[in-house]
Design a protein around this ligand. Structure first.
Ligand code: ZN
Length: 236
């Protein structure tokens, strides 16, 4: 079993892990995945600020509204006389295909399916950086992380849709080496995750990552049900 240690090195409190051997003393061992207490507290605070509560509440969060392009746009209707007319309504583009839909028809998609919550946890860890994963996150939300956490809506920009075609598509997860590195946890990541589980408990830690702004995207019904994307049970 791994044991979480807190030590003070040169007035700096830090945590690290050790595969605990009950028969051998732990003194003098090298630190395994050390994370300073200050860093861990700061990153845990960021994770909490990024959580929208329940994922259905993302649509009420001004940060998420800005990141996913909520705006009034013209929509086409056929009126009672049979003519094509246009009216402006609050809309979002689907993050995957770019289709503009009224906000009531946009689904909030867990980008990593709830059936595999560990992937959502890794997604949050790599966005935090600090060597918690082999390679850091590279998406726009990773770049905007500090402003999202600080609720600095004015500094946020819309994330461009992927504009994928509607054909079924599969995640390149298994074959993409760079992506695998972003989802490979390091020893420091294990230490930080252990601290989170100690602080919040495992269930709450997973919830915070699943319902993180980092993990929720706009989706039309077709893209939300696409192969490799999980099922419609992830929609709201
Ligand atoms: Zn779509």
């Amino acid at each position: 079993m791994y044991k979480l240690y807190r030590t003070v090195v040169g007035n700096v409190a830090q945590y690290d892990l050790l595969l605990h051997n009950f028969d051998a003393p732990d003194l003098g061992r090298p630190p395994y995945g050390p994370v300073t207490e200050v860093q861990a507290a700061q990153d845990a605070d960021v994770l909490e600020r990024l959580c929208v509560g329940h994922h259905t509440q993302a649509k009420n969060d001004p940060r998420w509204q800005t990141l996913y392009g909520r705006a009034q746009r013209p929509l086409n209707f056929i009126d009672a006389t049979g003519n094509l007319v246009s009216a402006r309504h609050w809309t979002y583009p689907c993050h995957y295909c770019g289709l503009v839909l009224p906000e009531e028809l946009i689904q909030v998609d867990h980008r990593q399916p709830q059936a595999h919550p560990a992937v959502a946890v890794l997604k949050c860890l790599h966005a935090l950086g600090h060597n918690y994963t082999t390679a850091p996150g590279q998406g726009q939300k990773t770049t905007l992380l500090a402003n999202i956490a600080a609720n600095n809506v004015g500094a946020l920009q819309m994330i461009r849709p992927n504009a994928r075609p509607w054909d079924p598509w599969q995640s390149a997860f298994a074959t993409n080496a760079a992506k695998q590195q972003r989802y490979t946890i390091t020893n420091a990541g294990k230490t930080f995750l252990s601290i989170c589980c100690m602080f919040w408990g495992e269930k709450r830690t997973v919830e915070i990552c699943l319902n993180s702004i980092l993990n929720l995207a706009t989706s039309c019904a077709i893209c939300n049900g696409a192969a490799g994307k999980g099922s419609l049970t992830h929609a709201a």
